[in-house]
Design a protein around this ligand. Structure first.
Ligand code: FES
Length: 83
């Protein structure tokens, strides 16, 4: 069984067009640069039915709303507890 923690990015059209298209690449790069690909399972998802609060990103059980490309690295460092 895969015991990696999940990072799920909403790729529904609303979130995708409002920033998750860019965030997706930033997260991918962040995981590679920090050699975290073995620890986290990063993948996309359909709409979370929270479009009005999007863009949405889910890390483990925690859902982040209004995610912005400029804040994504800070958010990842905090939520993944990386310095
Ligand atoms: S498109 Fe992301 S919550 Fe609907």
């Amino acid at each position: 069984m895969d015991d990696r923690q999940e990072i799920v990015i909403c790729l529904g059209s609303s979130c995708f067009s409002r920033g998750n298209r860019i965030c997706m690449g930033i997260i991918d790069q962040f995981l590679k640069e920090n050699k975290l690909e073995d620890k986290f399972f990063f993948h996309g998802s359909r709409c979370f039915d929270k479009c009005e609060k999007g863009p949405i990103l889910k890390v483990g059980d925690q859902i982040f709303e209004g995610v912005k490309p400029d804040d994504i690295v800070k958010l990842l460092k905090q939520s993944l507890q990386i310095k």
